[in-house]
Design a protein around this ligand. Sequence first.
Ligand SMILES: COC(=O)COc1cccc(COC(=O)c2cn[nH]c2)c1
Length: 238
Amino acid sequence: MRIDVVTIFPDYLAPLDLSLPGKARDKGLLDLRVHDLRQWTTDRHRTVDDTPYGGGAGMVMKPEPWGEALDAVAGGATIVFTTPSGEPFTQRLAEELSGHEHLVFACGRYEGIDQRVIDHAATVGTVREVSLGDYVLNGGEVAALAITEAVVRLLPGFMGNAESLVEESHTDGLLEYPVYTKPATWRGREVPDVLLSGDHARIAAWRREQAEHRTALRRPDLLPATGAVGALADLDVR
Ligand SMILES: COC(=O)COc1cccc(COC(=O)c2cn[nH]c2)c1
């Protein structure tokens, strides 16, 4: 996989040289290139933003530098604009993106990138506007970092123990069950007996029940829609 990141803060992506993505590069699984958007500016001040047409506060990222940058690096790629107004990033989307050969992250900031850039990008590659969550950051770099880590760790041959990818939160639509390791007693707190029983069927059942309980408590939205009718049906009330 090749990943290009276009940003006015290339140093923000330095952590990608560490840990997971760094290992992927060493293994030749990942070709990561970070680009400073300003290299595609032509004026003396290397301007990347200007005031919004139609008025309003803040600044908008100019189309010219982005157009040159995407033409230079994004041909035939999946171009991911990280933005608060994007589709939600999920493990399912991470799995989908991990199957693409070339990803380009376009990291915007200020009030956003001139819409004509997104429209043009659709003629250069395949555009996805993706949100990391329902909050506003100063720039798309943090989202690009998070999405890159979630995607790269799924690349075949990447995680030493592929097993650990099987039982993950959100893989089966549920949150992860609680985990324990030695010592069996810590500050007077015990590990649940079932986990010491060696009874793998009982352990699997306990883990499933814990995952379902935790999901119902913290993320009912992840459970199949039961809604009022469903609840009423459960109460056997019509
Ligand atoms: C087409 O893309 C753009 O115009 C990008 O525009 C913006 C505007 C404001 C802030 C950001 C930074 O990204 C986020 O805040 C973000 C991403 N995920 N969750 C929050 C980006």
